[in-house]
Design a protein around this ligand. Structure first.
Ligand SMILES: *Cc1c(COP(=O)(O)O)cnc(C)c1O
Length: 462
């Protein structure tokens, strides 16, 4: 399988190269040259298999040539063995035609573990084979950083440095980043906001001297390997509810569009998905785009579902690429307009394709809290604020196929918002109940590029 850029001007790469590169050199995102399909019999055969086996069968056609069958199976096995549920992504029922796909049984209690755990293993194998080491640097508002540190801790070929805004992440999120004791992972508390963290990471990638000297690499949500890992649970959930004989629908709480784009890939592979619904919080650029055709950025308003507080939804570029009939030049033009003018207008033809592919909705802060409270009263289940955004929007699309809402995080990761809505403070799962007692290790750093780069140079294990 070869990978091409959404902007059409970057070298064609293998799976391994696309994974290690992240962003394409023309600024675009890598997508597979063709999307492999599976027929009804192949989908039916997935029903009842262990998660790991489905993961292998779904991903192998995208990966082939880069990793052998045995290597991929080994990576998948190691990636998911630490999950707290043997089904990995179990379904729960919320109402007569409405299900929750619980994606929070991984080590940091959010769906990002599904992708990050796997790419940790794949990076390690690829780099060891090449005799290379890299330094992964990332900015986080919480979930991505903890998932990355957890996934790469103790691996030989990788050092990880995560910048988070000092005093501005939840205590659970901070402790998940500061308590791993392995020497190759580092949490850096920056004096500034999340935007400052992101800006400094960008500066480091643009400082080519530094970039080359430490072998800088990124694992943010545009990495194709992360999207691919997320395709798997659409298959396990759909077949559990009767696919391919019965179609299903999905609602996905969305920020950077990675998770829902994985659903789009699953459907393109042949999985019968009736509705694929984008759910946004009050930062609703995606819902507005689907409604009006105008992709117009505005400032971010902080919400109780912070992992969806975005201004620009990076992976949406991949959806545009397919809506524009895989014309890289058209996508490049839109992205230039975005950069120059802060927005663009989707053509009528592309908008029609997007509307055939996706439905959308939004939840205000009040609606999100009210949904957490109502779900608790009706079912006894406690959902996190991101999941609540999904549940609220899903309820507008319940007619037809069974609806599966992605439960993207464990409620204990956002205890304040959940307690405010329900009066109940959700406890951490038993296996991490001692999180508050573990010693923390963190470096406080000024919002200053030189200081950060020095810290990283000195902190690397090699
Ligand atoms: C990252 C995240 C999201 C948004 O996922 P995208 O792939 O960026 O759309 C939603 N919920 C939680 C809990 C997250 O951590």
């Amino acid at each position: 399988m070869k990978y091409i850029s959404t902007r059409g001007q970057a070298p064609v790469l293998s799976f391994e190269e696309a994974m290690l590169t992240g962003l394409a050199r023309d600024g675009g995102l890598y997508v597979p040259e063709t999307i492999p399909t599976c027929n009804g019999a192949e989908i039916a055969a997935l029903g009842g298999l262990p998660y790991e086996e489905v993961a292998f069968r779904v991903m192998y056609p995208f990966v082939g040539e880069s990793f052998s069958e045995a290597d991929l199976r080994g990576a998948i096995g190691r990636a998911y063995e630490g999950f707290g549920h043997v089904a990995r992504a179990p379904l729960a029922q919320l109402g007569p035609n409405h299900f929750l796909l619980e994606l929070f049984h991984g080590p940091t209690l959010a769906f990002k573990d599904f992708a990050m755990q796997l790419i940790g293993q794949l990076f390690e194998m690829a780099l060891t084979r090449r005799g290379e080491r890299v330094t992964i640097v990332g900015a986080t508002s919480g979930d991505t950083g903890s998932a990355a540190i957890e996934a790469f801790r103790g691996l030989d070929a990788v050092d990880v440095f995560i910048l988070f805004p000092h005093g501005r992440v939840s205590e659970v999120q901070r402790r998940q980043m500061t308590t791993p004791s392995e020497a190759n992972v580092h949490a850096l508390a920056l004096d500034g906001h999340f935007d400052d963290c992101q800006a400094r990471v960008k500066d480091m990638f643009n400082d080519f001297g530094f970039r080359d000297s430490v072998g800088l690499a990124g694992v943010n949500s545009i990495n194709w390997a992360r999207v691919l890992a997320q395709v798997v649970y659409y298959f396990t959930a759909a077949t559990a509810l009767g696919a391919p004989h019965r179609p299903v629908s999905f609602t996905v709480p969305t920020g950077n569009f990675g998770d829902i784009f994985a659903g789009y890939i699953a459907r393109s592979m042949g999985l019968p998905i009736e509705h694929l619904v984008i759910a946004t919080n009050q930062n609703d650029i995606l819902h507005r785009t689907l409604s009006t055709g105008g992709y117009v950025t505005s400032g971010v308003t902080p919400s109780i579902s912070p992992s969806m507080d975005i201004q620009v939804s990076s992976n949406f570029e991949r959806a545009l690429f397919y809506a524009y009939d895989q014309e890289g030049a058209a996508v490049a033009q839109l992205m230039d307009e975005l950069k120059g003018q802060g927005g663009f207008k989707v053509s009528q033809g592309a908008l029609e394709v997007l509307r055939e592919t996706f439905a959308s909705g939004r939840a205000s802060e009040e609606e999100t809290s009210a949904t957490i409270a109502r779900v608790f009263a009706e079912t006894g289940q406690i959902v996190c604020p991101h999941t609540a955004v999904g549940v609220k929007v899903a309820e507008e699309h319940l007619a037809g196929a069974p609806m599966i809402t992605l439960a993207t995080a464990h409620p204990a990761k956002f205890p304040d918002a959940v307690e405010a809505a329900t009066g109940v403070r959700p406890p951490l799962p038993n296996r991490m109940a001692d999180l508050y007692e573990r010693p923390e290790r963190v470096s406080r750093v000024a919002n200053d590029l030189t200081a950060i780069e020095d810290l990283i140079r000195k902190g690397r294990a090699a």
